[in-house]
Design a protein around this ligand. Sequence first.
Ligand code: HEC
Ligand code: HEC
Length: 300
Amino acid sequence: MSRYRSARCSQNSFERRMRSQDSLGLAGLKAIFVVLLLGVLALPSSVLAQTPLDDPVELGKKLYGENCAVCHGLDGQGRVGARLAKNWPSLRPDRAIASIIANGIPGSAMPAWSQAKGGPLRDEEIEAIVAYILTWESGGPRVLPPTPTPVPRPPLTPPPDVKGDPNRGALLYDQNCAVCHGANLEGRVGATLAKNWPSIRPDQSLRNVIANGIEGSAMPAWSQANGGPLSEAEIDDLVAFILSQAKPVESFRPTPTPPFQPSWLSGWGGVVLTVVLFLLIVSGALIYQARSNRGKPLGP
Ligand code: HEC
Ligand code: HEC
């Protein structure tokens, strides 16, 4: 009896458990349904419209067409604005371009686009445009030749009238420039830098080249303003170093012209020649005298 009751009892509790599990399952289903519904309602319209703008290049293309093509041309060939379909002379072209877009170019028609500067574009939108612009770069990845081992240098004295420190410049040179310009500035991929700088203010022209690079060549722009790694002070140091390595200018000093003196007349050769000449003349005179004496009629 007690066994039977306990069996019924356990059956009851089993049914009760089943029922409660049932209602739990229903509640779960309902919850899932609500979440799904909310999710669908909350989906951004762009996804529903099937535009895959999570690809930055696609987004950049769209934004470029809306904002930039008017001045730079749909294909980046340039119109009112500069040509953008090119190879950028910068070690970090992405940073350089992003900075230009964000800040604009003062004094030109190129406006600032970042919201920080009162423009319409968010930072990630600017990055997307940069990604799109960089698809126009040709030439693939930039491969640098291996760096030559740095040469130990004696302490350098700064050239006159130059702000930077050539010793710090030497270190910066080894780290950044030797790879292309050679350990001794003799030139490798890049031009030789051990030369005289034909400029009234060589420090300024050097600064300018280092900061901005040389467009259309492998010489990148190094200033932070151009997306490069070097501060203004570091560029000054480099300028001081390069100028300290310039070949000394050979000033033109007129030397007195030596008097003309054929080498065979100098030294013993000259003495012998003079003696020989003297003997020739004397013997010639003697022969002449002897002949003319012979031709004279003898006697009165
Ligand atoms: C109203 C015309 C105009 C619009 C719109 C415009 N730009 Fe410019 N942009 C210019 C001009 C002009 C220059 C060249 C300025 C100079 O160097 O004097 C320039 C220069 C640039 C440069 C530098 C080029 C170089 O060789 O250094 C970049 C990068 C650039 N624009 C990107 C953009 C992007 C991206 C947009 C759209 C978000 C845009 N621009 C919209 C006029 C415009
Ligand atoms: C990836 C290679 C490369 C690197 C790295 C490089 N340069 Fe250059 N550099 C060049 C090339 C190539 C030229 C010649 C460009 C031309 O005239 O067409 C050049 C030219 C120059 C010139 C102008 C030379 C002249 O006769 O007018 C200077 C100055 C210069 N580089 C300095 C530097 C300095 C300083 C560094 C390091 C911060 C550096 N370069 C790093 C490749 C490089």
